[in-house]
Design a protein around this ligand. Sequence first.
Ligand SMILES: [Zn+2]
Length: 377
Amino acid sequence: MPLYKNLSQVSWTILGMVQDPVQQTEPFVIGTYTGEKCPQRMRDFLRPLVDEVNSLNGQNVTINAASVRIDGFNTDHRALCLIKEVQEGSQLACHKCEAIGWQAHGGMVYPIEKGAQRTDAGFRELRYFGHHKEELVGEGENQRMVAIQSALVGINYIDMVEDFRIGDEEHLLHTGIFVNLLENLMKGNGREILPIEQRKLEKLNRRLMRTTLPCECSPRHFVPISKDLAQYLLNRLYLGNLMKYVGITFFKDAMQPELFDMFIRVYWGMSLLSSSYFRAHWPVAEIFFSQFLSLYKEKFGQISYKFHCLTHLVEEVTRFGPLKRNSCRPFDNMLNSLRHVVDRRQSALDQVSSTLLLREAAFRKSGNAPNFPLSTK
Ligand SMILES: [Zn+2]
């Protein structure tokens, strides 16, 4: 994920986290790249990671008698396409299946059903023409386009399809589905879905301002929703808290019934996938998502890639565990904390490494702080 981006320098950081079924763990930094542009050759960026993972695998490292293996990769969609060398926004962009999208209304739209499942063998053999990125090789008459292989295939036990998550709750559900709901509610959609009336919006905001979230939430209060949604689009935590703690039923009186009837199905499915307690009912979530997609397509005529990803969410939760375990939130929090210590006028790499060493010393309470100057911020 990008650590930060300004006019002169970008920084990309690879984070890891131990999946411990008993206790909460924190992310740690595996590697950081800084430069004037994003890494041009992902193979070079990822090669040290692949070498280190293979080295650790060869040494049979264990934690509490459990072998250390990569459980999966969790990124946003753009970074996922980059590390897998997959074409972003193409007709064949789905990482999980061979569903074929098409151009409509200036964007790419996708079917509401899954296509044939992609396989690890198919990916490693570069069988998915139009899915893999391509590059020009050879000279003169021998020039031709060939598919680019991801450096991550160098980790031979990784499943290049199943081990890459596309169902992060924040990117898929909160900033994807839920923002779409709010946009439909606030701005309307076509002739049938009208924008929310001003008096209903004022009533909604009065109730929202009286709402206080549990003490483990931050922020514990909401700001009013406006028709431009500016605050809610800027602060993903507002969206997540609205979706998880307040819920869609809060908006029932303000919404047109057909809109509520459509989106409540995502909320039911999301609630079932939020805990292992409901594991026996997870297949029902797939039915709710399927009903939602059918209703949405019937009403609005098309679905985007994010909506198509809903068709794969239950299989992903079944593989990795409930939604919280799929979340990018701990990694985003870690990157945000690193952003606060990096002064953009100086080398980000030096600052990040010295900050990490200081944190490590503080964590171990060794008292031997490394001999690095502190960042000026
Ligand atoms: Zn798909």
